[in-house]
Structure formats: structure tokens, C-alpha cells
Design a protein around this ligand. Structure first.
Ligand code: MRU
Length: 391
């Protein structure tokens, strides 16, 4: 069974659409889906990180409003009133988390779409709402297709750039070892994943020998979520703490094919905001001669932001660093009720930036659904992927 972070049922006949999200705060120990009925529910679920990951945040926000609109009684609005209402609800949802651009990108595209829908000659409130819902649903479907393409493009690039030249005389086909951080899989997207999608594609092609996942302090998306997905899909993998990455690279040397990470926002020059700890990994990778790749859909590339200096980094509450939540462990290793445990001296000051920025200089390639962008004359240029047309 495919792991689903988001369960969405479209409107059927007279019935409204429905949305449930897998509460990621309870993973990996409990699988609990939470219904999302209103934009306030969606806003809180994103803010509290019950659902997280750049593409998943955008999709849940878009679908939340689709559900709310499909449930609302028709208040006999005009097309223009329906447009204004939708844009206002989208702007509210956009404020839930600042760093990932996918949410802002989705809000921009959906707002434009409803403006066009409201401007058509026979528009009324129902046609505007219908167009909005269809577009929100399309975003979910497109995200899965994009992730599968990212996975295939990344797996091919890694194979060709790190393995193809190696002698196969004595080695097995499954030679590729990948290190990743945070969670970028089915739980962070509409399905399949970005960086974890690349790992999945290598595994499906029988080319992955091992995946390493960092614990990803302070929220432990690596140990709770990525490890859960890797176990769920039977992908050979090992969990290490964030501070072990350097030792792993020193031990593995060129056996480690690449570090592959996701992204929350890629600036126009290629500087990339991603989960805190990503920058340190990139520095380590450069020192050890390991390829460093960012896997992200084009919706994560923000050409309106010139460089990483212009990216707003979300700072989160101190207690995410000073406390940890998990089930108590009984004498026979059985799991009990979840409890909050203090892990730091009471009264210590805390700085908790949720993301950091990796300079483009340290990035070897950006894997998108339409191909891998590499630097030309030491700068990234995304023009070709935005003018790309599928044959
Ligand atoms: O704070 P989070 O858990 O939302 O951070 C998520 C990440 O940093 C991911 O790597 C990024 O959103 C890419 S998800 C495909």
C-alpha cells in the first residue's frame, strides 16, 4: 500500500469534497488521519507541522479551500465576489509558514486563475468556484507526476555522473549510496517525493545499495518520517545523527555517490533554502568530493528572489529544541502513551531557525521534473527549464 499524507475525495454529485491529512506529529508510532474542513483547520495543521514539506503544504492549502468552498452554502455571490472571497482565503492560508515558496506559488497561480474565471462573459459564483476546485485538484495530480519525473531524472544523472565510468568487473549493480536530510518523500509531497523520490527511483532500478538518512534535529523529520518511509518501502537504509555526516563521508569516500536534498525555495541564482543542517552537509560534501544535489519541482524555484540573502527564514519556538515528544518505553520495550521530555537546562537561550541557505557554489545540480540543471560558468541559469516544452 502506498503511503498517503493527504487523502482527498472530490465532490460527487451533490456531496461536498473531503480532506484528511496524516498527522505527522504522531508518526512513526501512530497512524492518525485528521479531517480538514475549513481554512482555519488547514492553517493550524500547516502551522503546527501536522503536515509539512514544501509541496505538501501548498497542496493541502489549495485542497483545504476546495473543501471549504464545496461545503459552503451558495450565498448567491456574484462572480467578482466569489473571486475576492477565494483570494482572501488563499492569502490567509499563505501566512501559515513563510519559507517554502510552493505555497506562495500556488496562491499566486490560483488567484490568477479565479481572476480569469471571473472575467469570462458567462461567469457566476458557481463557475468560479468550480474552476478553482478543478485547478486545486489538478495541482495534486501534477505533483505526483512531477515527482516521478524528478526521481527518474535524478537517478539517471547520478548513475551517469558517478557510476557509469566505474569498472563493473567485480562489483554488483547496486552500487549507489545516497545520503539525505529531512523528509522529502510521500509525506512531504502529494506522493513519491523529491529527494526521496530519487532514492526510490534508484531502488526501483536496482541501482541503490544503501540510503543514509540524517535524524534532522530539532524536529526529527529524518528519524520519524524518512526512516518510516524507508522501512515501509523496504529500502535498505541506515539512520545516523546529524553530527555523524562528516564521519560517514570520511568512511565511505567515493562510495558515497551523492548527497540529495529537497528544497523549500531556490533563489534565481541557485542559492537554496532547505531544512536546517543542509548547508553543513553541503560544506562537508565539497570537502570530501561528494556530489551535492537539490531535488525540487520547478514550483520551488523562485525567480523573483535574487539570492539566498532575500529568503525569509522561519524561526520556530524554543521548546522544539529543548523538549522532545515520544511514547514512553516500557520494561519490555513496549510503547506507552506519548510524553514530552525535557532535554536541555531550563532557562537556556535558544535559537531555532527551521531552515538554512546553501550557496549555489556548493550545489552540483538541481534536479527538476524536466531535467537536471547544472552550472554554466559557475552560475545557474533556469531559463531553459522554464521555456521547456514537452514533445
Ligand atoms: O519544516 P519542514 O518539515 O516543512 O521542512 C521540510 C524540508 O525542509 C524539506 O526538505 C523540503 O520542504 C522539501 S520537501 C519535498
Amino acid at each position: 500500500m502506498v503511503l498517503q499524507a493527504v487523502k482527498y475525495t472530490p465532490t460527487s454529485g451533490e456531496g461536498p469534497a473531503s480532506l484528511e491529512i496524516l498527522d505527522q506529529l504522531q508518526l512513526p508510532h501512530r497512524t492518525v488521519y485528521e479531517p480538514i474542513k475549513t481554512c482555519e483547520d488547514g492553517f493550524d495543521a500547516i502551522k503546527q507541522m501536522k503536515v509539512r514539506g514544501a509541496p505538501a503544504i501548498a497542496i493541502v492549502a489549495a485542497l483545504t479551500l476546495a473543501v471549504e468552498l464545496s461545503t459552503a452554502r451558495d450565498e448567491a455571490r456574484s462572480a467578482a465576489e466569489a473571486r475576492d472571497h477565494i483570494v482572501q482565503r488563499l492569502e490567509y492560508l499563505k501566512k501559515s509558514r513563510p519559507t517554502a515558496v510552493n505555497l506562495g506559488d500556488a496562491v499566486g497561480k490560483l488567484s490568477k486563475l479565479v481572476a480569469t474565471a471571473a472575467d469570462t462573459s458567462d461567469a457566476n459564483s458557481q463557475t468560479v468556484v468550480k474552476d478553482y476546485i478543478a485547478a486545486a485538484e489538478r495541482m495534486m495530480v501534477d505533483d505526483v507526476a512531477d515527482n516521478k519525473a524528478i526521481g527518474a531524472n535524478g537517478a539517471k544523472w547520478i548513475w551517469e555522473n558517478t557510476q557509469a565510468g566505474k569498472s563493473r568487473a567485480t562489483s554488483a549493480v547496486q552500487d549507489v549510496k545516497i545520503l539525505t536530510i529531512c523528509n522529502t518523500g510521500s509525506l512531504a509531497t502529494a506522493g513519491y517525493g523529491t529527494a526521496l523520490g530519487v532514492i526510490r527511483s534508484l531502488h526501483n532500478a536496482d541501482r541503490l545499495s544503501h540510503a543514509y538518512t540524517l535524524e534532522t534535529r530539532p524536529y526529527n523529520q529524518g528519524s520519524r518520517l524518512t526512516a518510516y518511509e524507508l522501512v515501509y518501502d523496504n529500502i535498505p537504509a541506515t539512520l545516523i545523527t546529524d553530527s555523524m555526516a562528516g564521519s560517514l563521508m570520511a568512511r565511505e569516500g567515493s562510495n558515497l555517490a551523492a548527497v540529495v536534498v529537497g528544497a523549500d525555495r531556490v533563489a534565481a541564482n541557485g542559492d537554496t533554502a532547505n531544512k536546517i543542517g543542509t548547508y553543513s552537509l553541503a560544506v562537508l560534501a565539497r570537502y570530501h568530493g561528494v556530489k551535492f544535489l537539490v531535488a525540487a519541482p520547478r514550483t520551488t524555484i523562485d525567480r523573483a528572489t535574487r539570492s539566498g540573502k532575500d529568503i525569509v527564514i522561519e524561526e520556530r519556538a524554543a521548546d522544539e529544541v529543548t523538549r522532545i515528544k515520544g511514547p514512553q518505553i516500557g520494561p519490555r520495550e513496549e510503547l506507552g502513551e506519548p510524553a514530552m521530555v525535557s532535554t536541555a537546562a531550563i532557562g537556556i537561550n535558544v535559537w531555532n531557525p527551521a531552515f538554512d541557505v546553501t550557496p549555489a557554489e556548493l550545489i552540483d545540480g538541481i534536479i527538476t521534473e524536466v531535467g537536471v540543471v547544472e552550472k554554466a560558468a559557475s552560475v545557474f541559469n533556469f531559463d531553459s527549464i522554464f521555456t521547456y516544452m514537452a514533445n
